[in-house]
Design a protein around this ligand. Sequence first.
Ligand code: CP3
Length: 340
Amino acid sequence: MDSLFLDACRGRTTPRPPLWLMRQAGRYLPEYREIRSHVSFLELCKTPALAAEVTLQPIRRFGFDAAILFSDLLIPLEAMGLEVVFTEHGPSLPRPVRNGQDLDRVRVFDPWEGTPFVHETIRLLREKLGETPLIGFAGAPFTTATYAIEGKTGKNFIETKKLLYQEPETAHRLLDRIGAATRAYLLAQVAAGAQAIQIFDSWIGVVSPEEWEEFVLGPTRALVDAVKASGVPVIYFPNGATTLLERIAKVGADVYSIDWRLPLAEARARLRAGGCDQVAVQGNLDPALLLGPVERLRRQVARIKAEGEGCGHVFNLGHGIYPETPVENVEALVRAVRET
Ligand code: CP3
């Protein structure tokens, strides 16, 4: 017995599903908003004592079964050499990567020099978390590349697709380079004390099966393999891409995080059809259900628990929690997941 969370990640059956929420630290919590009223988002990410504190806030309040490092997907892009700013509308990169020449500005970095604050935050957290496991994370090569190429959160991802179709060589090199940088970044998180890794592919839902095979599968599988070889379980989150699940099974993750668009039992069957025999799944409550009413929320929690039962189920949302979520509804969710 490791912990409920690590056991479930290893595909073991647990007495109840472990629970954590994507974006569990953040603006729906008054104690997070209090700290954010004094510091900018990037400052918060880069100040270990504060980043550790906001990581711990949801653990103290709800007793979640895993903590996730407080940081952002864009932090390693900055260390790769691209300027990143956070505005009230989200992240923005003033000089995006649009061609082969721009690629010269993207470099594989030494994480101990480029993002030392991440490792210090992880070290502090391991001291303070006790038995609660700590998840490290990064964006998957494709999702991170969309930020480098679009310069912001994409809508129809036209610039990204133009690069794939019009300069496929540059696209391959960019994805490989981001993959190599992310690999070093994640291995350093593990060395610093992260006990599991989640790879967020938040925008993979925009690629066709052909693009998945040609551009994405290779660098994503290489990244998953490298992190798995370090000994920690890897959770892969292909948001909005359940239509590709049989193909996605080829990335070889320990756990697949499923959005709310497909029932967990069907997701397991399709991952098996793709060649994954020991499939742990994570998910998959629609985060909008946390806006209420609680009765509907409870019904859906019971359904998901029943569907997830069996080998390895980590209870989570289908995507990140919304800032407008009432804290009482998160309390109701915690009770519903824990009751038998
Ligand atoms: O899960 C956690 O609690 C850990 C913290 C975490 C953040 N971002 C904090 C954050 C994690 C795991 C992320 C990952 C992240 N960042 C992703 C992948 C997950 C997903 O949601 O798909 C993506 C796509 C990003 C990029 C990003 N960061 C966007 C698009 C935005 C703006 C939109 C928004 O939600 O505000 C951010 C900002 C951000 N990252 C905030 C937080 C708490 C809000 C910043 C603030 O306090 O103003």
